[in-house]
Design a protein around this ligand. Structure first.
Ligand SMILES: [Mn+2]
Length: 442
């Protein structure tokens, strides 16, 4: 039986805006949070006498963290070296330089020959002799186009086609590694990737448009006894049959508000050939709290706000107060009193949002995620505007002419851009406002 601690997505050095400077240390409190939480993971690896630590990638927000952040990270992992616990550091997307290859922020551990440390920046199998016997770790770092494909391979292809091509090239590479595995030895696939039914969190925003998605079937192979993943910040097991477990431990600290409601922690694994038992171990991390309240209909908006704040335990939490109000209520808000009410928080932000009397609920068909051509979008919008019914056909025709128009007309309309922008900002999120403005340009 081999005991493994699996953690991932440390992102040390991120989220400084949620912290403040600790006057005693001169450091951002969020860096201290991340270091303390990583420290707890390492404490537990040492106390539980694990045979191996697997890190699933994304050590820092980028490949070139400041030296004091790098040092804080190294200071914790150094404790594993002293304890004689072998460790695999996998390279995630945030550890790679956007130019060139390799794990820029983690490669130093190999260069220095840190005893027992393996850097996973290539598709290869590492046989590690632990105190409880040998184990095979197949490392699959974050893949980019340039990992497996050349520029001519991908010329003129859509992102989806490139994704397919990448999987076609990846399959034989993994197959080749699998063929060389010792079937008697417990085996782990350690990979930093987006698997195709993982539910998303902040990592989607952090790496927007850059990623590839790999099918789960590529990971759930008999030869793997445990699949240790990184990248997705929400802890989850992707394989319902649990054979093998396909586990994202998630990030160890909340990176931003999208992780407000997620438990954070690491995973303890008991591994044998053909069998893995695992347990998620939650960590006591910094609380994030959103207080969202609409006081636009309240007779006394200030009192309503204070009441909403009072309902929450804010002690040492990272807090954001988001409230909606009408412009004529602004004078009724006592900002100093709001600041006093939030002063127990570790840090806080106050985000008032003015609602326009004209604001209408957004049409789901016109969501940013849906692909809809401009004419259909306009039609959908007009179908929901009773007041414009009489001139609907004229508006459609005018829009048609606008879209068909010569480049000259385009230039003329884009000159009106500033007015359009103004209007869009006032009615932020309002597709309606946008279309209105475009029509006014006619
Ligand atoms: Mn990642």
């Amino acid at each position: 039986m081999i005991k493994i601690l699996h953690l991932s997505d440390i992102h040390m050095g991120s989220g400084f805006s949620h912290g403040r400077i600790n006057p005693e240390t001169g450091l951002n409190t969020r860096l201290e949070d991340f270091v303390n939480t990583l420290g707890r993971c390492i404490d537990s690896a040492i106390a539980e006498q694990v045979d191996l630590v697997l890190f699933g990638g994304d050590a820092f927000p980028d490949a070139t963290p400041p030296p004091y952040v790098k040092e804080a990270f190294a200071g914790q992992f150094r404790r594993l070296v002293d304890a004689g616990i072998p460790t695999v550091l996998l390279v995630g997307n945030h550890d790679q330089h956007s130019q060139g290859q390799g794990g820029a922020s983690l490669g130093i551990y190999r260069t220095l020959g840190v005893p027992g440390f393996v850097v996973g920046d290539a598709i290869e199998t590492h046989r590690i002799e632990t105190r409880s016997g040998p184990v095979q770790i197949l490392t699959l770092p974050w893949l980019t186009r340039s990992t497996l494909l050349t520029r001519p391979d991908t010329e003129g292809l859509s992102l989806a086609e490139v994704n397919h091509l990448l999987i076609d090239k990846l399959n034989p590479r993994i197959e080749g590694e699998i063929r060389r595995l010792d079937p008697e030895v417990p085996t782990v696939l350690l990979a930093h990737l987006m698997a195709d039914n993982a539910s998303l969190g902040a990592e989607r925003l952090l790496a927007v448009g850059k990623g590839f998605t790999l099918p789960l079937s590529l990971l759930t192979r008999d030869c793997f006894d445990y699949v240790a993943l990184g990248h997705v910040h929400k802890h989850q097991n992707l394989n319902k049959s649990n054979d093998p477990p396909v586990i994202y431990p998630g990030s160890i600290e909340r990176v931003d508000f999208s992780e407000e409601k997620e438990d954070k922690g690491y995973v303890m694994v008991q591994l044998e050939r053909g069998k893995a038992e695992w347990e998620f171990c939650p960590l006591p991390v910094r609380v994030f709290r959103t207080i969202q309240v609409d006081v636009s209909k309240a007779a006394e908006p200030q009192a309503a706000l204070l009441k909403a704040i009072e309902k929450h335990e804010l002690q040492e939490a990272v807090v954001r107060l988001i409230y909606k109000l009408r412009s004529e209520q602004i004078d009724q808000i006592d900002n100093a009193a709001l600041h006093r009410a939030l002063s127990d928080a570790h840090t806080y932000t106050i985000q008032p949002e003015l609602i326009s009397q004209l604001a209408r609920p957004r049409l789901p068909e016109l969501d940013a995620g849906s692909s809809i051509d401009p004419m259909s979008a306009l039609k959908t919008y007009l179908d929901n505007r009773e007041d414009l019914k009489d001139i609907q056909s004229e508006l459609m025709e005018a829009a048609h002419r606008l879209l068909e128009a010569e480049e000259v007309l385009w230039l003329e309309t884009s000159k009106g851009g500033s007015e359009l922008e103004k209007n869009t900002n006032q009615n932020s999120q309002q597709v309606g406002g946008n279309v209105d403005a475009q029509l006014r340009l006619l």
